[in-house]
Write a protein that binds this ligand. Structure first.
Ligand code: HEM
Length: 218
């Protein structure tokens, strides 16, 4: 089944399920997707040193952090629950129909499972643990040192952010189809290219930020 077919199938579902699915799609784009790109952009400050990175990434009042956490974490939890249900209900059929669209469908689900682990570890290690155990947010010098001298950390960040870049870029494509924004054959072809370009941009931003941390950790 192609991604477009999978989404049009939704039309036969009960209205409540359809509304929940559309809501999940919208929340995945905004605030979740928008915040993700913003977060990558902020992290590019790693090239400008610890002070600039701290101001952009971990700075701000307790209140802005609390509001930010609710605005991002609630949609993330809702999207994750919805995503796990989708993964369990649907079966990729790349073996029977080896089409490019089916490959992307499979990779979207594999990256989703990868993200479960990566985001769980990232949230705990970078956002929650330092605040709980040390009473302050993650420090630039600590993260940069880990990135440079601890290969598993570097590997996990490189792969985890690559999964984020793919999942979000391909998600923009599937969401545009699900929301009926693109319907024509030409439009779908163009959307495919847009999604590829977005993937390259998101991956470059993520790996660029990691590069800045790696350099600072020497
Ligand atoms: C940074 C975090 C994440 C972002 C920005 C994100 C974004 C997106 C977007 C924009 C879509 C397209 C929505 C649509 O086609 O209706 C999507 C689809 C999906 N997401 Fe996520 N996601 C994230 C994390 C997760 C996690 C942790 C899971 C856990 C299982 C997950 C599971 C899924 C699944 C299964 C789909 C495909 C749904 C389908 O087409 O049937 N996502 N995601």
């Amino acid at each position: 089944m192609t991604e477009a077919a999978a989404h049009t199938e939704d039309a036969s579902k009960p209205l409540r399920e359809l509304i929940a699915s559309r809501l999940a799609t919208v929340l995945a784009i905004a605030p979740l997707g928008v915040w993700t790109v913003w977060h990558l952009w902020d992290n590019l400050n790693s090239w400008r040193g610890g002070e600039a990175w701290g101001l952009a990434v971990t700075g701000g009042s307790q209140l802005t952090h609390a509001i930010g956490a609710v605005v991002v974490l609630v949609p993330l939890v809702l999207h994750t629950i919805w995503g796990i249900v989708r993964v369990m209900r649907t079966r990729p059929n790349l073996g029977a129909y080896p089409y490019y669209a089916n490959l992307k469908y499979l990779v979207q689900r594999l990256t989703a499972l990868g993200l479960l682990g990566f985001l769980g570890a990232h949230l705990w290690l970078a956002a929650i643990k330092p605040r709980l155990t040390e009473g302050h947010p993650e420090e630039f010098a600590d993260l940069a040192k880990q990135m440079h001298h601890h290969m598993p950390t570097l590997g996990v960040y490189l792969l985890g952010t690559l999964a984020v870049a793919y999942h979000l870029a391909n998600g923009v494509q599937t969401a545009s189809i699900a929301l009926g924004l693109v319907t024509t054959r030409d439009g779908l072809k163009r959307l495919d290219k847009v999604s590829l370009v977005l993937f390259v941009i998101f991956a470059a931003m993520a790996w660029g930020a990691i590069g800045g941390l790696y350099r600072a950790g020497t």
